[in-house]
Design a binder for this molecule. Sequence first.
Ligand SMILES: [Zn+2]
Length: 243
Amino acid sequence: MKIVSTEGFILSTTKYGESSKILNILTKDYGLIGVISKGCMSNKSNLRTVSERFLYATFNINYKEGKLSTLISADVINYFQYIRSDIKLIGYMTYLTELVDNVYKQNNDSEIYKIFISTVLKIEQKLDPMVLTNILETKCLNYLGVGLNLDCCVNCGSKSIVAISHKQGGFLCKNCYDNSGFTNKNALKTIRLYYYVDIGKISKLDISDDTEIEIDNFLDHYYKDYTGLYIKSKEFLNNLKKY
Ligand SMILES: [Zn+2]
């Protein structure tokens, strides 16, 4: 057991005993860990306000590798006040936390933490939550072992692209096009951008509704058919969408 300090994000919490909680924290330095916050549900507890889901903080913990660690204190980096004030954004946040939890369990690459934190910070800065969610989804496919090939035709390597296909998992040229997926030129360019963009550097998003929706639909189907993930909150999120 050692005392450590690490940046992290509380993905979910579970009540434990009379007044404690177990926090499921995705951390920058130790991956996904379980941390007990003792007595945090009591009114007098200093840990009360820092033991809620969706909290981004520097956590000081008694760390036990592979076991339940114990929370000592936390310095808040972001409460995500804007996101918490809007039921639709809470829907996105719930989905993103569930998604990243699942992705991390399949592939504990430390990059997943970075792209997740950048995504939720941009949503808190009032950028389009659906586009940011789609960007994270596009990037996560790699960690799930079903990454899209968006550099050339998946079949023959040709650079003259006319479509993207679910079945083939990437771009297709005219000769290889199989009538699946979409052919909208802007959407083809944009999904490639989603894949390569550095989320932390996005300052504005200027994407037409048609393009956004085309890509969102594509990813929704691709996730259902090829990732093997079942994310409960996705249904709720789909009902909230603007189209
Ligand atoms: Zn081809």
